[in-house]
Design a protein around this ligand. Structure first.
Ligand code: FMN
Length: 307
């Protein structure tokens, strides 16, 4: 059986994954944290924690709250910064079979371009995933990805700064995600991943105050899965670049739903917090499904539920 997928068909040399199971940024550290728990080399790709130009401490505590079927987080992009990532993490990845994709975040289009420039040609880095769910500081704080123009501007800046394949990761916090997807595809995105977390909050009624130190946070986990699935369905119908589905994927059948909706690959996020082996369990489940259904190529399943 052939589970491989080409995530960047318009790029030379492309981004060929051995299988469609990836990890979602911010839920799998730098990969190293999980390597003693299972053979992470078997995965399709690892997406590392969101990386910024300077190291960040993140938001005030508390930063996590459980909700019905979901998780609210306001980590605030705590990370070691791009210089430390290049010096300390990338050298570890050079010997890995599994490609590592670096997720980047910035406050201006120029921040993203500088990150892409620094990551270009770094051994161990196979691609860049652009997180556009960040406040656009120059435009008054709305997320870059809330608006097709600002999302496209970031995409153009990153593409001009690197020869690596570029995935753009969309936010669901926008009125028309397909329009944003079309704009970033036209700006040169090699693939589009979606969705990031949905904005939400919770209140501590004893203290009469928002529970999260940052007031609001991002909702993830099974609670967002039907929203994510529909957005993947919409976006896959609107663009001609590969789509990577993410949002509440916990089981093999969840993953297959996203693939049937049109995703070429999937990312496992919050599920890894309750079951660190979830990405591998899902991969093994996909292998069994393909065998049972006598499918030769995983690509035959992509978009199978579309009319
Ligand atoms: C604790 C936590 C940290 C996250 N950090 C990032 C990040 O740094 N960059 C990013 O693009 N997405 C980040 N995300 C979003 C996830 O990658 C994913 O898009 C989202 O959680 C939905 O998938 P899930 O429901 O499977 O977790 C984070 C999510 C969580 C729960």
């Amino acid at each position: 059986m052939n589970l491989s997928v080409q995530l960047a068909p318009k790029h030379q040399p492309g981004l060929l994954l051995a299988n469609p199971v990836m990890t979602a940024s911010g839920t799998f550290g730098y990969g190293t944290e999980y390597s003693h728990l299972f053979d992470i080399q078997r995965l399709g790709a690892i997406v590392c924690k969101g990386t910024t130009l300077k190291p960040r401490e993140g938001n005030p505590q508390p930063r996590l709250a459980e909700t019905a079927s979901g998780l609210l987080n306001s980590i605030g992009l705590q990370n070691i910064g791009v210089k430390a990532l290049i010096k300390e993490k990338a050298p570890l990845w050079t010997s890995w079979r599994v490609p590592v994709i670096v997720n980047i975040a910035g406050e201006t289009a120029d921040d993203y371009a500088q990150l892409a420039t620094q990551l270009d040609r770094v051994d161990g880095v196979s691609a860049i995933e652009v997180n556009v769910s960040c406040p656009n500081v120059k435009a008054g704080g709305a997320e870059f990805g809330a608006n097709p123009k600002s999302a496209a501007k970031v995409t153009t800046a990153v593409k001009a700064a690197t020869s690596l394949p570029v995935l753009v990761k969309l936010t669901p916090n926008t009125s028309n995600i397909a329009e944003v997807a079309i704009a970033v595809a036209e700006a040169g995105a090699d693939a589009i991943s979606l969705i990031n977390t949905l904005k939400g909050m919770t209140i501590d009624i004893a203290k009469r105050r928002p529970l999260l130190g940052n007031v609001s946070g991002g909702l993830s986990g099974p609670a967002i899965r039907p929203v994510a699935l529909y957005m993947v369905y919409e976006v896959a119908g609107a663009v001609d670049v590969p789509v990577v589905g993410c949002g509440g994927i916990t089981t093999t059948s969840d993953a297959i739903e996203f693939i049937m909706a049109g995703a070429s690959a999937i990312q496992v996020g919050t599920a890894s917090f309750t079951n660190p082996r979830a990405p591998l369990d899902i991969l093994e489940g996909i292998e069994q499904f393909i065998e049972k259904e006598a499918i030769d190529n995983l690509t035959d399943l992509i978009g199978a539920a579309r009319g």
